[in-house]
Every structure is written in structure tokens, then in C-alpha cells.
Design a protein around this ligand. Sequence first.
Ligand SMILES: *Cc1c(COP(=O)(O)O)cnc(C)c1O
Length: 404
Amino acid sequence: MFLDNNRVFELLEKYGSPLYVYDEKILRQCCKDMHDLIPEQNLRVSYSVKANTNLEILKIALDEDLDADAMSPGEIYLEKLAGFPSNRILYMGNNVSPEEMQYAIDAGATVSVDSLSQLETYGQLNPGGEVCVRFNPGVGAGHHEKVITGGKRTKFGVQKEFVPEVKEILKKYDLKLVGINQHIGSLFMEPTPYVAGVKSLLEIAAQFPGLKFVDMGGGFGVPYHEGEGRLDLKETGRQLNEVISEFLKDYDNKDIVFKIEPGRYIACECSLLLGKVYSVKENYEKTYVGTDLGFNVLMRPVMYDSYHAVEIVKKDNVDAPTEIATIVGNICESGDIIAKDREVKKAEIGDACVIGNAGAYGYSMASNYNCRLRPAEVLIDMDGNDRLIRRRDTFEDLVRGFNT
Ligand SMILES: *Cc1c(COP(=O)(O)O)cnc(C)c1O
């Protein structure tokens, strides 16, 4: 909670509700945390921008010397607009059309492919070119089945047994493999699965001399629950340094770069989502606090059963006892629940509702479902001043695609 109660109401008054608020100081600190992960090694941090695509956030990440990952041509477009040089963009396509791959090649991004057939496609489009391959060493991790992206039951990456086939295709099209990457999943809170994944990835890297980089993936977790311990970055870095040092003993290119691609860790903790309470009711012995924070604004609780800290902030700073309540939004679906059975201050109309850790996969997954307008975004800069970094949608935005 980086805003005091008065500021919450001040910002809601000034910019309207709902509202995503970002704190630049925290954002910059998270970028630094990732830079410092493995001080002993040649480390580069690529921000996985799908977590938060606001241009101002991207510019701050760039200013903190981060590179960028892209999952789509749209993300490449945004990253270039933010000022990322194309040679610092790694495009990780997954089942993409040749046109899309060509867009990434033309943009000058490094392209990573994630199947043998996509490697063929790349070879046909850009024979003699440089390419990267995403492997799946058979290890996965994550907070929810939908975000486990490594292991034996996901669609991602090239199985490690297919190294000979990869080599064959590289040879057929005279391609140079400059890097390999993986991403085993999102939100690990202790280092073991990630380090195990890196170890397997490095076993694959050892079979490809002359790589310029190994990209170990993202997924660095942040504590969403009140009082939850943090991911021990020092210990994670120590273990990573150990497996990397072991790998480097026998590897030919001692200048190889190790990349990580955090998304959530960069953007999550710097943001609060503010909303307002518009109704409070009892329905069959349950208290419902009705807000404007529907799943069109924050999708994670509905999509992944995710937990976000919630606070009811009392108008005029009045005191109130706590009660157990379920915080819901304004979308016409009974699944539209932000937080179930939470102990919060007894809510009344006019109070504010504040959601913690909203910066990653918050606005970037917001939608116009129910023809609701996506919220505005505000940045609190290093001097503590607030400014609008994305305006709220308007009705015109809802009909942008029509020839009206
Ligand atoms: C989503 C994604 C990331 C970032 O994941 P976080 O959990 O936000 O760190 C990194 N790499 C790839 C390939 C991804 O798909």
C-alpha cells in the first residue's frame, strides 16, 4: 500500500474510477533487483512486456537498461515506439504465420521459434540467418495449470530429444543458432524448480557450441498474500551461479550472455488498482461489497483463481470494525468476484476499494466486456507527483472498428 488514504480519494476524484496507479520508485527498484540477480555472471534482463504494456512503463524499463521480449508483432511495435533498439528485442513466437515471422525479421528482432516446423518456416523465410530455439527440457513450474509452460504436458518448446533434428534443419537452411531459451512457468516462490530447469537447459546448450546467449526464462514470483515470504533472490542467484559456473567450465564461448525474462516481477508490485464501493448487501447470509472492479478491469482472480490483497478504505477516514465480505464487480456473471470471504473494514457506499499487486497482467488483460470502458492509468513519479499515462476508454473506443 504505497498510497495513504487521503491520496486514494484524491486520485479517484482527479482521474475517476476505476484507476490503475503505478509507483515509479518501486518499478525502478524491481528492475534493479533483477539486474542484481547473478552479479558474478554476464546477465541481461529482458522485460516480458505482456505483463504491462503501458508505454511509460516500457520507457522506464528501458531507462533501467532492460531489454525486451515480445510475444506478438504488436508488442514489437510498442517496444520500438518506446525506444528499444531492435537488436535488444527477442521475439518469441508460438505457432505464428509466416507473415508474422517476417514482420519480426524485418523489424530486426532476434527470432525464437518453438517447434521444428516453425524452424523450417524460419529457414525458408530467412536462409543463412540467425535464429534462436525455445526448448522444453521437460520441467515445469507455476501457480496455476494455465501458466505452467514447461514440462511434459504443455504446447511449448522443442523437446530436448530433438536436438539432432534441430541441427539438421539449421544445416539445411544454413542457419546460425545464436541462442536457446525456455520459460518453464510463472510465479515460482522458491528457486528449486527454476534452477532445475536451467540445469536441463544448459545440458542442451552444451550441445550447441558458439551460442551468444542462453535465455533462462521468467516466472520470478512476488508475494500476493499478506505476510507471505518473498522469493529469496540472493539464494536463487547463488544457485544459478553455481550451475552456470559448472556449465562454463567446458563451454567454448566464455563471453556467453545469460538472460532472464521477468514480466510479473518487474511490473506487479508497483501498482494498486483503485475502485469504489457502490452497493453493500446481504444475500442469504453472505455480505457482498459491490464495486466497479469487474473482471473486465482485473481478470486474474476469475481466470486463475488468483489471490489479491484487498482493502476497504473508509471515506473521511472514519473508523470501522471489520467483517467478512465478498468483493464483487459490476459484470453480469456470478463468477465476477475479486475476493471471496475476506476480512475487510465494514464497507459503505462511497468507500474506496484498493487491490494490491495489480501491475502485472492487470491492465494488459483488461477488456471491454459488457461494453465497459477500460480504466485510466496514473504514474506517481520519483518526486511523488501524479500524472496520467493512459486515458480512460471512451464510448468512441468501443466503436473504433466500425464504419460509422
Ligand atoms: C509470460 C512469459 C514470461 C514472463 O512471465 P512472468 O511470470 O511474468 O515472469 C517470460 N517468458 C515467456 C516466454 C513468457 O511467455
